[in-house]
Design a protein around this ligand. Sequence first.
Ligand code: ADP
Length: 523
Amino acid sequence: MNKTVKKIGVSLLLVILLPLLIFVVLEISSLKENEKVIERIYENQLDAILFSVNQYSEDIAGSWRGRINSSIALNEPETSAFREVTKNFLNENPSILTIIISDEKGNSITIFNNDNANQIEKTDTKAIKNFFTNNSDKINRLFLYEKSGYLKIEPVEEKLLPGSSTLLFLLDAINNESKYCVMLIDAESFIRLVLSRKILSVAQDEFAVFVYNSDIKIGFNAPANLKTDDVKIEKALWLLPEYKLGITLKSGTIESLVKERTVTNFILILVLTLVLIAGLIIVFRNIKKEVELAQIKSDFVSNVSHELRTPLSLISMFAETLELGRVKSDEKRQEYYKIISSETSRLGGIVNKILNFSQIEAGKRKYHIEKVNINDLAENVVNTYRFHLQSKGFKFSYELEDKLPSIKADGEAVSEAVINLIDNAVKYSLYRKEILLKTGITNGKVFIEVRDKGIGISEENRQKIFEKFFRVTSGNLHNTKGTGLGLTIVKHIMDAHGGEVTLESKAGAGSSFKLNFNLKDEK
Ligand code: ADP
């Protein structure tokens, strides 16, 4: 590859590709980090939701205590007025089974049973007394909490009623005597009737929440495919510690959600990178083409100068000799005239080629299409060139197919193309000097072929030789003069005729250029 192209390639690589790769690597490595951050944020959110459910249950229990306290402030527990109020309260809250109000020792007990619940009888006073004795630690703690202004509601493991959960809390003192309340509640109905409202409001459409222990599993907002095993975060219910509160995303896990995002981001980065790399390749290719073209153009200028200089100096040298009358014999003079004439026509040929090419480039070349007999055209070329070729030591033969249909073409342009091919066959046949001009018809196409036994064209150059200014620069070829325009003109002429040039060649063994004309257009 050309040095300049290499330099540009390396700069592109350093300035664009390298930073791009660093950026991609950083982005991809930070994807994992982002994944963790998002997961943490989600977990915190789930945590906060469970916290708010717990807080709500405490608030509810706190409001119950408030109700009992306000009744006690008006009427002592034993009075019928108190009983009435409490009965209503229990009716409103079916998840409360029993309320027991007592002092800290379990004496002076008042029991209120919810109508439709198992009854705790007065005769159970012994059990109640035991309950207070067993939980004296908790009672003392509640008392201390209250002194420091914290009204705690304490869940107690011990069950006074089978199947119920127990809450214990301090009530306002009556006549300076501390009163405690033991509240037995039906956990399941508390969850279903009271907690459900809050849970459904925080879960919205996004989350599924479960409240469960080993026997009971209650799902809120949970699709059938989700089980308690799927919960992402699990916390104990503060008021009912034997129950767990669990939460998870309704659709898929957080991991899969985050993974999905990560994969999408990853694909996006990858696609962007590929697009950028593709863009870079296109830019590089264009630059490479331009640099090569610039190189080729400068070669062209030096080639053409060289091509023009040789005939010009020959013409001027022989003309000067003749002018000075130094040539004595008629024979020599005749020979010099011939050289001047042939060099002039060579000059004309080169100038014509360049003019033709510049016309083609400017899109100004016009073709005069008429009926052309390819055999007549070939014969004309043979007649004009036979002597010239034979004098150069070429064996020039021709094979013309009988009764060829005529084609529609610009005869002059096609002759020019054939002459360019013959010129090349002459220039690039160094040892075996044989040229065959052939016409024929194959696959519905009329062709005229120029075949030589010259140096041939290597496979890698077979396409390139039709590009403008392109010349094969290896081997002996740099000695052969040329402009790199001959085949470009041939190809253009054939394109303008809707035909094509085909080339068969073997390096070292010769080449065959065929001009193929479509017949179906001619009818
Ligand atoms: P020029 O002959 O002026 O260099 P052309 O466009 O006619 O330009 O040809 C381009 C290149 O193709 C030539 O430089 C030569 O290397 C190669 N070429 C063309 N014709 C032949 C041929 N008959 N045999 C071998 N090489 C050829």
